[in-house]
Design a protein around this ligand. Structure first.
Ligand code: M6R
Length: 602
């Protein structure tokens, strides 16, 4: 979703901004822009579409000498993706970039319009720059004007503002949207996540909600409420282990192939011969905990759904799962003996973060399962278990889902172990199955070629049903989500036993059923569900170790002794199927239309 970068100092600014925005590109955007002030010279460039359009527009421009600069990638919320709506937004002599949503912008806009201000865009952001200039025109003092502006804003924001009135200062504010400051001697950088700063800044400070301030002469002046406050920098890794495609056509493809390796990293030091060790959790972490509630969105929600079966079956602890955006407004009943778990790849998903804050306000203990250290969700939680998947760039999440599910499986065993609800024999069997997972995730040439061949038969039709039972139902949901995200074909995930309660009415030869038919779990039950669909002429693609006569297409998986191993192998099949269909349809696999990698607005 939207990304912010900023820089104040003597270095060439255009490349710093464009490189920074490039690092945020994978998060999804539909327009981009930069603004630079060097003394009395203002430069502003905007372009819709990809960053290469902005590069093209700026190719004859190079900044010179000391200056202040801000850049932004925008994912449209208020108003279409047009140049006028792209950030930075200009007042008479100032520019602003903003992530988040200003909830009272309509009221502020009306107030400013009544005073004669002319708005060029349909965005909520433009109100910020006009409000600033209104206060500045009165006081002729930039920082008090900025402070007064911030005090009027309601909602979520990460803001950078530069003005010709103070050409040696950058103003910043954070509330609900991530923002950090990077330091390299006198050079000061800003970004909405740490990746644009790696290789540039040596140290960083992650702003907290409610903090704002300005930079001048290489010094950061940080405020909270009316007080100037101190802050402690932390070292930023210098290892620019940037995700490159390494010969794969798409990041998503690379990330599917990486799953076998990263799963080893997820388990390292945690899966021992005779038990699970989670050093992230205090010994008494589960004391007084009698239930688990998990909140997440999208793919992370699907890993949560999978884990509910594991927590109740293995650890014998009650586990409820909620979509974060629903949880926030349902006035949930929360009891103090419930552990509140959030799951998030990015750690910045607005709904999940707000759900976590709600649970904390209700006094619940919190744990996050996340791929990004230092993200807002990790920092907000009492404890965090990192998934160690490495940077995931494809908008369609793959290795994040695999590693989240693995961490949750480990956690279920850990809870069972700590509460003595699992026998040592079962624990050893589960661990043995875990150790087989990396092998189940290997993508062989044969498998990939098979999915490539099959994909050509699934480019039309009036929809897909992914069906499964038990843990294979959330996997069906996830398979359907992957397909619809990158192919734009309609797909639904369904519990196989539920088809006859309505959806089977859609069955005909143009209805494609992707049937997850593990041999270790309810095989006969799902077989008869698939037979019912076949009898109504639905086209069946069966994924199973067991050959199935009625299948129109068949992808054979390995026989295994554990459902989770079958789960992970089938997950790879559904990911490759979505990938190959999307490629055949000529879609942008890594940056599908309308989607953002990190959804930082409600
Ligand atoms: O970063 P998060 O895991 O919190 O993101 C949640 C969803 O936005 C995300 O899983 C989304 O559904 C993906 N595009 C799925 O591929």
């Amino acid at each position: 979703m939207c990304g912010i970068v900023g820089y104040i100092g003597p270095k060439e600014k255009k490349e710093i901004l464009l490189d920074g925005l490039q690092e945020l590109e994978y998060r999804g955007y539909d327009s981009a822009g930069i603004a630079i002030i060097e003394g009395k010279k203002l430069h502003n460039f905007k372009a819709i579409g990809k960053l290469k359009n902005l590069r093209e527009k700026t190719k004859n421009y190079t900044s010179e000498g000391f200056g202040i600069s801000i850049g932004h990638t925008r994912w449209a919320t208020h108003g279409k993706p047009t140049e006028l709506n792209a950030h930075p937004h200009l007042g008479a002599y100032s520019y602003v970039v903003h992530n988040g949503i200003i909830e009272n912008y309509q009221e502020l806009k009306e107030e400013l319009q009544a005073e004669g201000v002319n708005f060029l865009s349909q965005t909520d952001t433009e109100t910020i720059v006009h409000l600033f200039e209104k206060y500045h025109n009165r006081s002729n003092d930039a920082f008090p004007a900025f402070k007064e502006t911030i005090e009027r804003l309601e909602g979520a924001y990460g803001i950078l503002l530069i003005t010709e009135a103070a050409p040696d200062m950058i103003f910043f504010a954070k509330n609900g949207s991530p923002m950090l400051i990077g330091f390299d001697n006198e050079d000061v950088y800003f970004a909405s996540s740490d990746t644009p700063l790696i290789g540039k800044a040596k140290e960083v400070y992650y702003l907290e909600d409610g903090e704002y301030g300005y930079v001048k002469d290489g010094q950061v002046h940080l405020f909270n409420k009316n007080e100037e406050i101190g802050f402690t920098k932390q070292t930023l890794t210098a290892d620019k282990a940037l995700a490159q495609k390494d010969g794969y056509r798409f990041f998503m493809e690379k990330e599917i192939y990486e799953q076998s390796r990263v799963m080893g990293e997820t388990m390292m030091g945690r899966v021992l011969d005779d038990g699970i060790a989670l050093d992230e959790l205090d010994k008494d972490f589960f004391e007084d905990i009698n239930a688990i509630k998990i909140c997440a969105c999208g793919t992370s929600y699907h890993s949560a759904l999978t884990s509910a079966y594991l927590f109740e079956r293995i650890a014998k602890i009650r586990c409820d799962i909620e979509i974060a955006s629903e949880f926030r407004y349902k006035e949930p009943l929360l009891t103090g003996d419930t552990l509140f778990i959030t799951i998030s790849q990015s750690g910045e998903t607005a709904d999940t973060l707000e759900a976590l804050k709600m649970a904390k306000r209700a006094g619940l203990k919190s744990l996050s399962i996340c791929n990004v250290d230092n993200s807002s969700i990790v920092r907000e939680s009492d404890a965090a278990i990192l998934t160690r998947a490495g940077i995931e760039k494809g908008v369609a999440s793959t290795k994040a889902f695999a590693t989240q599910t693995m961490v949750l499986w480990m956690l279920a065993l850990y809870v069972g172990q700590e509460r003595n609800s699992i026998s040592s024999d079962i624990l050893r069997q589960e661990i043995d199955a875990m150790l087989h997972t990396p092998k189940a995730l290997i993508v062989t040439d044969k498998l990939h070629a098979k999915l490539h061949r099959l994909s050509k038969r699934y480019l039309h039709g009036h929809g897909f049903f992914f069906i499964g039972r038990d843990i294979f139902f959330p996997l069906a949901l996830e398979g359907a989500l992957k397909l619809k995200e990158i192919s734009y074909l309609h797909a639904e995930g369904y519990p196989a036993g539920e088809m006859k309660h309505g959806p089977i009415a859609l069955a005909d030869s143009e209805l494609f059923t992707i049937a997850l038919m593990p041999k270790t779990m309810h095989y006969d039950k799902i077989k008869s569900n698939v037979e019912e669909l076949s009898a109504r002429d639905a086209t069946i693609c069966a994924i199973s170790p067991e050959p199935f006569d009625l299948a129109d297409d068949f992808v054979q998986t390995q026989y295994s002794s554990h459902p989770m191993v079958e789960f992970f192998e089938m997950m790879v099949v559904t990911q490759l199927l979505a990938l190959e269909i999307s490629i055949r349809l000529g879609n942008d696999v890594d940056m599908p239309r309308n989607l953002a990698k990190s959804v930082t607005v409600e």
